[in-house]
Design a protein around this ligand. Structure first.
Ligand SMILES: N[C@@H](CCC(=O)N[C@@H](CS)C(=O)NCC(=O)O)C(=O)O
Length: 221
């Protein structure tokens, strides 16, 4: 059975930078499910119109189409119960929803505040006008104005990440001895930052980078 993931790409087709798509790539690896990706650009709404909405990830699993990263993760958990659980025993899924909310409400904005102009620079030319208009409207400021005070925003990001560093100082993964979907969610955010930031966000010996490499190593990615 064919499994296809629509995956956000930059001008360079190999640069796949969506934090939400990264969650799902790790989730598929966690479930030991093979898949192919289709590189997708922001303005290719027509390509994913069959999913009934305009964002990625979109997963096509045989006859089934699912969009929304949480919907995809829940689908995989339901559909493939014999593979390793993405969440673990109850109440782990409920606790993972806190990690998701914290990541999307605190971590994503802290990273976006730094890397938005770097993303813009690397987008496919056909996506640039759409990205500029939508992000400038959402943030109420021009892309060029994001450059000012970068250093302060990198510092602010480290403060946001303090609980993650403290957690990982005492255990191998957010979920304990092995990664679960909570790790995938935070990994997706940091991978987005790591791939797109023009200047490194973390020191080479940062424990967060070691944890990211450990997550990838678990899945052989
Ligand atoms: N709540 C959605 C968010 C997905 C999302 O925002 N995806 C971005 C890529 S990172 C997207 O496709 N954006 C399209 C757009 O901004 O038009 C999820 O969890 O999957």
């Amino acid at each position: 059975m064919k499994r296809i993931l629509y995956d956000l790409a930059a001008a360079d087709e190999a640069l796949r930078f969506s934090p939400y798509c990264w969650r799902i790539k790790l989730a598929l690896a966690h479930k030991n499910l093979s898949y192919e990706t289709v590189p997708w650009r922001f303005t290719e709404k027509d390509v994913i119109a069959f999913s009934g909405q305009g964002k990625v990830p979109v997963l096509v699993d045989g006859e089934t189409t699912i969009s929304g990263s949480q919907e995809v993760a829940d689908y995989l958990e339901r559909q493939y119960p014999n593979e390793a659980s993405l969440f673990g025993e109850p109440p782990a899924r409920a606790l993972t929803m806190f990690i998701r909310a914290w990541t999307e409400d605190m971590l994503h904005p802290a990273i976006a505040r730094i890397i938005l102009p770097d993303i813009y620079a690397q987008l496919h030319p056909k996506d640039k006008a759409y990205f500029r208009a939508s992000r400038e409207k959402a943030w109420g400021m021009a892309i060029e104005d994001f450059h000012a005070g970068r250093e302060g925003h990198v510092k602010a990001l480290q403060a946001v990440l303090a609980p993650v560093r403290r957690t990982l100082a005492g255990q191998s993964f957010i979920a304990g001895d092995a990664p679960s979907y909570a790790d995938h969610i935070v990994f997706g955010a940091l991978q987005w930052g790591r791939l797109m930031s023009a200047a490194p966000l973390f020191a080479a010996d940062d424990l967060l980078l070691a944890w990211m490499d450990a997550v990838l190593a678990v899945y052989g990615i």
